[in-house]
Design a protein around this ligand. Structure first.
Ligand SMILES: Cc1ncc(COP(=O)(O)O)c(C=O)c1O
Length: 460
């Protein structure tokens, strides 16, 4: 009769067949080896103690100890005095093979100036794991059921205090709806707000043509007079760091924009994009804090922590709270509850702020490296939009096209990305240089390669 174990430690099915004629130790060894090679037992996972495994499978403890010793000798397992026997970190690819580096998967040999992601190697994994564990440990049973449509109250309380403190937002927990990132927040707001068409920034992420009217952005941000002329009563803006030009909405434009909303009883949808990453001056507060009745403000942890967490929030005027909370409930019955509690725990513990301080100084150093490299290698090219975040805009010389530069760069091992896809009308050639996930040491060689290829195109 086969005896199976799926006991404590990692879930794993081990079948010992006493009628097969094969040795018991050989059976156990082979099954563990196969599970590790196939990745069913991952590197670092603890195995049950020899005592527990022996008892569960009806084997002698000595046999299990011999089996573990053999697999240790082969490099599949590791053990340290006083702690559990574990699967070796490199074992699932075969002993002796180094693990792949987590994070960067760029195919560009010299540098990849991709934008839109923070440094995935700097994600505070240990802090997040700690926060999830704390949330699981301390949450009442009810936290594992469906939560409030607007999100877990502890997170809304912590976020309200945080946004008041850091973004000068005028917000209570009853004005907050937790969502799965900015994109879901935006979809829900567009579906709920009774305003069509909606104006959006050009360049900008755009909106479906049926619903959207592009409005130009200049060095002060959105052109509010042009917005007024459209007749739209809702507008999507990125005032803290305009996406993608990188300019900050100026003080006078902020006042004009709020005056516009009050005059036409309009709605400003504020994507509080990159607000956490301001290096040269104090951060500008959110628009929401200046006109809470007319601004819907969208926040996310995609840049501050990691896109994979899929957590964000909407600060809503009171009249929109119920319809938006209902829309969120109908969309997905709420964002993952334990993750919400983990985020609350992370912020409350001070670890979130500590992480931001750490990554902010790294991004500031990369920004300096980028500016220095451009000054050395391509002083004739204008670079703008560096006030915040982790991208800048490089203005290409007249006579070049974005496609031409991007494809020549790729051939030289540099990942570059043009801005044309974010422009509603033809515009001068520009590149969006992201440095969020570009290691500092890659920036200088990448910029040197760009300067070199522009030289080869006869454009220096
Ligand atoms: C302008 C802008 N805002 C916010 C985000 C973050 O979106 P999400 O929170 O859905 O990840 C992005 C992502 O690329 C973006 O481009």
């Amino acid at each position: 009769m086969p005896v199976e174990w799926a006991g404590s430690g990692p879930e794993l099915l081990v079948t010992i067949d006493r009628a097969s004629g094969a040795g018991l130790r050989a059976q156990l060894e082979e099954q563990l080896r196969t599970a590790i090679r196939a990745g069913r037992l991952a590197g670092g996972e603890p195995l049950p103690s020899s005592r527990v495994l022996a008892r569960t499978l009806g084997l002698s403890r000595g046999l299990v100890q011999d089996c573990y010793a053999q697999l240790q000798a082969e490099g599949y397992l590791t053990s340290r005095a006083g702690s559990a026997t574990r699967v070796a970190a490199t074992a699932s690819r075969g002993p002796g093979t180094p693990p792949p580096k987590p994070g960067r998967t760029t195919g560009h040999a010299i540098a990849d100036f991709a934008h839109g992601v923070p440094d995935l190697g700097l994600v505070p994994r240990d802090d997040w794991a700690w926060a999830v564990r704390e949330a699981c440990r301390s949450a009442p049973d009810s936290a594992f059921g469906y939560g409030e449509p607007a999100g877990a109250r502890p997170l809304r309380e912590v976020l309200a205090a945080y946004l008041g403190r850091v973004r000068a937002a005028a917000v209570t927990p009853d004005d907050l709806i937790v969502c799965s990132g900015m994109q879901q927040s935006l979809n829900l707001v567009l579906a709920t707000v009774d305003a069509s068409p909606v104006a959006f920034e050009n360049p900008g992420p755009g909106l479906p043509a049926r619903r959207g009217i592009p409005v130009p952005v200049d060095e002060e941000g959105l052109d509010v007079e042009a917005l007024r002329r459209t007749g739209a009563r809702a507008v999507l803006v990125t005032p803290a760091h305009q996406w993608p030009t990188g300019v900050v909405l100026s003080g006078p434009r902020r006042r004009q924009l709020i005056a516009w909303a009050r005059e036409c009883d309009g709605i400003i949808i504020e994507d509080d994009y990159d607000a956490e990453f301001r290096y040269d001056r104090d951060p500008v507060g959110s628009l929401q804090g200046l006109a809470p009745d007319h601004v819907v403000s969208l926040g996310t942890v995609s840049k501050s922590l990691a896109p994979a967490l899929r957590l964000g929030w909407i600060v809503v005027p009171p009249r929109l709270f119920e319809p938006l909370a209902r829309a969120k409930w109908l969309a997905d019955r709420g964002s993952p509850g334990i993750d919400q509690l983990a985020l609350a725990t992370l912020i409350e513990s001070g670890r979130y702020d500590r992480h931001l301080r750490r990554v902010r100084s790294e991004y500031a150093a990369r920004r300096e490296t980028l500016v220095g490299a451009l000054t050395r290698h391509a002083p004739h090219l204008a670079v703008t939009g560096l006030a915040a975040g982790f991208h800048a805009v490089l203005h290409l010389p007249p006579g070049t096209t974005e496609d031409q530069v991007v494809s020549s760069a790729v051939a030289r091992g540099v990942g570059l990305y043009g801005m044309a896809g974010l422009c509603a009308r033809p515009a001068p050639p520009r590149l969006i240089l992201g440095f969020g996930n570009t290691p500092r040491g890659r920036i200088e060689p990448g910029i040197a390669a760009i300067a070199d290829l522009l030289g080869a195109l006869g454009k220096t």
